[in-house]
Write a protein that binds this ligand. Structure first.
Ligand SMILES: [Fe+2]
Length: 290
């Protein structure tokens, strides 16, 4: 059984969210949903998530899973909002524990925040299985961009998160804590072992060359033409390219709010005595190796 895949583009963060559904049972999953966030005012918004909810309602789809490919550093997750409106279980790769421990330290979080993954409904291991109605799914651990990165294979549709971009976009940075370019190379080789016709759906597209945003390619196209990582790209060449390029990249615009919210499965930090939820800004910590 092959799933129906509907993409939604969040232009402010160049993020692709997907609704993956089983046409027979009308069960569905949402992958990498976005919460709108205005960093100047510190205000969150649900307009983008509401578009996804409207799609679920229009198709009479039952939300079973809300899946994160990793704890994103460039956008906030709307997983808890979607869950509150449409149900479903929030899941992420089990490597999230390591990411939580790192960022608990970075943000000076107190004992209230326990870095054991309990904030999520499910932690997924490499080789784990999950279903969307009659569509069988498999979890493929693909660390490298981050240590918690996973890809999801539902039928012939592979959701790679930031493991790899469109062929003309290359690959994502590997310089976050827990990132490792050689590990990313290994992860991508595992994906490249899948059938050439496997549909590949990426989490971001930054419109290289000014073309319109794209989200879908195939394993065959990636193997043959990804500008950073082809099937025969030697690991040493890839690591050297990636490290040189990462050294030129700025800290992502929304890393401070995104990570603090996303390591809580998309929940805002607990409200303080005035009923307001606050984020922290660690001064002179980010922007150099942690
Ligand atoms: Fe990412």
């Amino acid at each position: 059984m092959q799933p129906t895949v509907t993409p939604f583009f969040h232009a402010p963060t160049s993020t692709w969210t997907y609704v993956v559904s089983d046409p027979a049972s009308r069960d569905a999953a949402v992958i990498d949903p976005v919460l709108d966030y205005d960093w100047r005012s510190g205000r969150t918004g649900t307009a983008s998530a509401d578009v996804v909810l409207a799609h679920l309602a229009a198709g009479d789809l039952r939300l079973r899973w809300i899946l994160e490919t990793h704890a994103h550093a460039d956008h906030l997750s709307s997983a808890p909002y979607l869950q509150s409106k449409a149900g479903g279980l929030i899941a992420i790769g089990e490597g999230i524990r390591q990411v939580q421990a790192t960022f608990k330290r970075v943000f000076g979080l107190d004992d209230e925040f326990v870095p054991d993954g309990r904030q999520f409904d499910h932690l997924l291991a490499d080789g784990g299985t999950l279903e969307i109605g009659g569509v069988a799914g498999q979890v493929i651990a693909t660390p490298g961009h981050t240590s918690d990165s996973v890809s999801y294979l539902f039928g012939d549709a592979l959701f790679v998160g930031d493991t790899i971009f469109m062929p003309d976009g290359g690959s994502a940075r590997c310089d976050f804590p827990g990132g490792d370019a050689a590990e990313l190379h290994r992860s991508v080789q595992r994906l490249y072992a899948l059938p050439a016709a496997t549909r590949v759906f990426v989490c971001h597209d930054y419109s290289p060359g000014g073309r319109p945003p794209r989200c879908e390619t195939t394993i065959g196209e990636q193997r043959a033409s990804n500008i950073h990582l082809k099937a025969d790209t030697p690991v040493g060449d890839y690591v050297a390219m990636r490290q040189a390029r990462d050294a030129t990249l700025d800290v992502p615009n929304l890393i401070i709010p995104s990570v603090q919210v996303n390591i809580r499965a998309g929940h805002l930090p607990p409200a303080e005595s005035d009923g307001v939820s606050y984020l922290k800004v660690p001064l002179n910590v980010l922007g150099r190796p942690l």
